[in-house]
Design a protein around this ligand. Structure first.
Ligand SMILES: [Zn+2]
Length: 278
């Protein structure tokens, strides 16, 4: 059975995420452990960790943490790459402690270097991470990107290269519909969707563990990451119907990361549920 939820703010306290999820009728949710555009982090008290774990077990459904946007495991600048590895490790350990199901991250960006060099840096960074810590509960999810300005992990070849390098580690894919479409996967037509399914096989369908459900403000292949409300962008309801009616994709948790205006989280979730049960 598919579950539907949203990205929610953790401002103030990570415990507030539960109330914020409930407010929009989310059955699953995603949040940032820290402000996503700053390096610093105050950390969380032991007491808060145990309260969070308690709430999480009552909640019962999958919860995901999204890594900060600042991380770049592909960076040619050794100081930035090292810092990214440290933050990733710190957050991954903490996710495990909290008992969250997924830690989602964008693989990395090749800035001023070739994509091959960037990919080597990603593999080296993940090697450093997983050789010093193996998560017990939390599954690390690679999110596909739109392929904007050197963003790696934009297609299933690149994702599978990473996945196959770490076969002993709990790792999977989070499929962002907006990024996939913006990269060039035409998920909103019959032929496009069956082509897409063939491509997904490169990572193994069963390795896709979650969906970031976002429509796209930009047309197919634009390679820009611009999220739109469900059904109001270039993907349209049809693209979401293809996923939700699919025998495997229709069993995954869906997290919307659509613009936070008015009551739109609730509206977007209703749209997905209507397609799913329609
Ligand atoms: Zn996403």
């Amino acid at each position: 059975m598919a579950l539907f939820g949203a990205h929610v703010s953790s401002a103030g306290s990570i415990l507030k995420t539960f109330e914020r999820a409930e407010e929009v009728g989310a059955e699953v949710f995603q949040f940032f452990l820290r402000s996503p555009r700053v390096w610093g982090w105050k950390g969380v008290s032991k007491e808060l960790v145990s309260k969070f774990r308690e709430r999480l077990s009552e909640f019962g459904n999958p919860v995901m943490v999204h890594a900060p946007y600042l991380l770049n495991l592909a960076s040619p600048r050794e100081d930035l790459r090292r810092r990214s590895v440290e933050v990733f490790l710190e957050e991954l350990k903490f996710c495990d402690e909290l008992g969250v199901d997924f830690y989602n991250f964008h693989p990395g960006t090749a800035t001023g270097i070739s994509e091959e060099e960037g990919m080597k840096n990603i593999l080296r960074s993940l090697e450093e991470i997983f050789s010093s810590y193996e998560p017990k509960k939390t599954v690390v999810l690679l999110e596909n990107t739109a392929g904007e300005k050197g963003d790696l992990g934009k297609n299933f070849e690149e994702l599978s290269l990473i996945l196959k390098s770490f076969q002993g580690v709990k790792m999977g894919i989070c499929l962002d519909t907006c990024h996939a479409f913006a990269y060039g996967y035409e998920i909103n037509t019959d032929t496009g969707f069956s082509e897409f399914l063939k491509e997904v096989e490169k990572v193994g369908l069963e390795n896709v563990k979650a969906i970031h459900a976002n429509d796209s403000k930009v047309p197919l292949g634009s390679r820009k990451d611009r999220h739109e409300h469900i059904g109001e962008g270039f993907i349209g309801l049809r693209g979401f119907e293809n996923l939700l009616k699919h025998e495997y994709f229709g069993t995954l948790p869906y997290f919307i990361e659509t613009p936070k205006v008015d009551d739109m989280d609730r509206v977007n979730l209703e749209r997905l549920r209507r397609i799913y049960s329609g």
